[in-house]
Every structure is written in C-alpha cells, then in structure tokens.
Design a protein. Structure first.
Length: 179
C-alpha cells in the first residue's frame, strides 16, 4: 500500500505556506506537520499519476484496478509481466475484436506461444449482384497453439477466451502442442 511508505515527505509543506506569525508557533507547526504526513501519500500519488496510468510502470495492485477500468479480465495466476502486457494491449485489441488478427494476438499474449489460425471465411465486394462469395459454405475456425518447451496453459480458460472473442456463429477447434 502506498500510504505505508515510512518517512515519505511532501514537496509542499503546509507550514511554510503559513504567515510568519503562525510559523513561529510550535503547536501550529506540529499540527501542519501532521497534516503533511497524512497528505504526503496522496500528493506523491498525484505527482506520479502518469506512471499510475501506464501499465508497465504502475504498482501491481493498480495494474489490476486499471484492467478493471478498461474492462480487461486478468487471470490472477499470470505473472505480473503478462498482466501488464494484457492491460497495455487491451485498447488496441478492442479495435480488432472478432477478427482473426485480434484472436491471434490475444491468444499469443495469453499463452506466450505461437498461434496458427485456419478459418473458412473471406471478404469481397462486387458491383454485380449475386456474385460468388469467397471461403467455404460452412464457417469454421481452427486454432493451433505451439507452446515453448515446459510451458503450460489452462485449456478450459483458453477455450473460454476463444469462445468470447470469435464470432458467435463460428464453431472452432483448439489444438495445443509443445515445441
């Protein structure tokens, strides 16, 4: 907790802002000194606010709060560096949600492995009505994750992640292998 920093001073002591007559009063200086001690953590936090909103610099508990603020769900079992990366990438990933690139990036971020996606879809346009559509008639998605040797992943959580991120009408398959 940031408030528990011993000896944390304030760059703006209240006593120095008082008129000289109050600065000569020991009771007034003790009272303002106590206020300085109480306010120092808040002043320090506000002075470093830019660092708190950067997930790579923020304290660990603040990273989790920032994730909630951005609507990003973090797995408590992930190491802190992976949680920081997930929060840092969450806003750009929202733009890619529901796309192959977005799913690939998210699964790579979560697993730390290489991801290969095979999908049936395609995109086209035509000036002629009833033009043929690209891709296959039945939508499908295949996700293959190659993990580094010795790494592991929670398959159930990964399945839930894929279900949440892919288009709802597209069935999928998941294969996880080790290098």
């Amino acid at each position: 907790m940031r408030a528990a920093v011993a000896g944390l001073g304030t760059p703006y002591p209240i006593g120095t802002l008082l008129p000289a007559v109050f600065q000569e009063d020991p009771a007034a200086m003790r009272w303002t000194g106590a206020l300085d001690e109480v306010l120092a953590p808040a002043i320090s936090t506000l002075d470093c606010l830019a660092s708190y909103t950067d997930p790579m610099l923020a304290p660990a508990d603040f990273v989790r709060w920032l994730a909630g603020w951005l609507g990003t769900v973090l797995d408590e079992n992930w190491p802190l560096d992976r949680q920081r990366a997930a929060v840092a990438h969450s806003v750009p990933l929202y733009r890619l949600r529901g796309t192959a690139e977005g799913l690939r990036t998210l699964v790579e971020l979560v697993t730390g492995g290489d991801v290969e996606l095979t999908e049936s879809g395609g995109v086209c346009w035509s000036t002629a009505p009833n033009a043929s559509l690209p891709g296959e008639a039945v939508a499908r998605l295949s996700v293959r994750v190659t993990l580094p040797r010795g790494a592991s992943v929670d398959i159930t959580a990964l399945e839930e992640l894929i279900v949440a991120e892919k288009p709802a009408h597209v069935p999928h398959g998941l294969e996880v292998v080790e290098r």
